[in-house]
Design a protein around this ligand. Structure first.
Ligand code: FES
Length: 347
């Protein structure tokens, strides 16, 4: 039996089929609600069920604690209604020429950015332009049904090509292939299949100063956003905090410094958590989101775009909102979830 989902404050309705999640039904109906991982590990799709019954599905306590659940908060990528429901969630406005498609792509180049990070360039079909908002991601579709998500690290598809930043996760289905550790190493000219663009992580049309927060290869979509700002001549004040364990993890720090030189309204703050003596690190040390809080104890007038490990993103969301007064709806995030994160949800 299908049910009706009514979304507040947008005032829109759509139908959810038996067993379908609220997020999947919304996307099928052409309504974009905030989402990222679609597997219950990132909290981007968090919304509130105001009335009606539903199966909430699994969610780790670090994302939804018992008090949240008691108030009706749930992950819309996991929640399956068992009656008509009314939910509170923000609708995402997306440019009308962005169409999600499945397509074959060819590996055009594999360039090393660091010992464990590769820039993967994909050649897209030239028949139809691949349009996306800087910050969005695509998914590789594998024959066994598995998918892997990567953000575009460029502001647009130049010459029908996009770049992704891939970190080696030893034992990882796809990254072992890229780093030549699997049975079937990925080579230039290999054909893969993708779906995209996906996600709701992109710059909003909002004059508030921007705070970008990245850990590791979470830099990729933020690079796309900043390059998009440079291309458009967008002069909103912005600061990028990029964190890694060692200085080498900030694999394009020189590029970020170059943006700072080009654009007086932009600042780059590299933060390293586990520098060794041989690194001779003299910059900021510690956890990247705590460096932000030290510099911006009051975030009530900011908007934040965060991308990286789920633990960093969740800590930033929690602490920026509760300790620094950031309005929760102005924290936009994308989390890079791993097999271990997915396993935590299934446990
Ligand atoms: Fe639902 Fe990530 S999109 S938890």
């Amino acid at each position: 039996m299908s049910f009706k989902v009514s979304v507040q404050p947008a005032g829109r309705d759509f139908t959810v089929e038996p067993g379908q999640t609220i997020l999947d039904a919304a996307l099928a109906a052409g309504m974009i609600l905030p989402y990222s991982c679609r597997n219950g590990t990132c909290s981007t799709c968090r919304g509130r069920v105001v009335s009606g019954s539903y199966d909430a599905g699994p969610a780790p306590d670090r994302i939804l604690d018992p008090a949240d659940r008691a108030q009706g908060y749930t992950l819309l990528c996991q929640a399956r209604p068992s009656s008509d429901v009314v939910i509170e969630a923000d609708e995402v406005r997306m440019s009308g020429d962005i169409v999600v498609r499945k397509m074959p792509v060819r590996v055009q180049a594999l360039n090393s950015l660091a010992a464990d990070v590769v820039e993967l360039t994909l050649q897209l079909p030239s028949a139809e332009p691949f349009r996306f908002q800087p910050g969005q991601y695509l998914e590789f579709l594998f024959k066994d049904g598995r998918r892997r998500s990567y953000s575009m690290a460029c502001a647009q598809a130049q010459d029908h090509r996009v770049q992704l930043h891939v970190r080696h996760m030893p034992g990882g289905l796809f990254t072992d292939r890229i780093f030549g550790a699997g049975d079937e190493p990925l080579k230039v000219r290999d054909i893969l299949r993708i779906e995209g663009p996906l996600g709701s992580f992109f710059l909003r049309d909002d004059d508030r100063p921007i705070l970008f927060l990245a850990s590791g290869t979470g830099f990729a979509p933020i690079k796309a956003m900043i390059e998009g700002m440079l291309m458009r001549g967008d002069r909103r004040p912005a600061v990028l905090y990029w964190g890694g364990r060692r200085p080498a993890d900030l694999y394009q720090a020189d590029l970020a410094r170059a943006w700072q030189d080009q654009r007086p309204e932009f600042r780059f703050v590299p933060v390293v958590s586990d520098a060794l003596p041989e690194d001779a690190w003299t910059g900021r040390s510690g956890w990247v989101h705590q460096a932000v809080m030290a510099d911006f104890p009051d975030l009530s007038g900011h908007q934040v775009y965060a991308c990286g490990a789920p633990a960093m993103v969740e800590a930033a969301r929690h602490d920026f909102v509760r300790q620094c007064g950031l309005p929760s709806q102005l924290f936009y995030a994308d989390a890079f979830t791993s097999e271990a994160d997915r396993a935590e949800v299934q446990a």
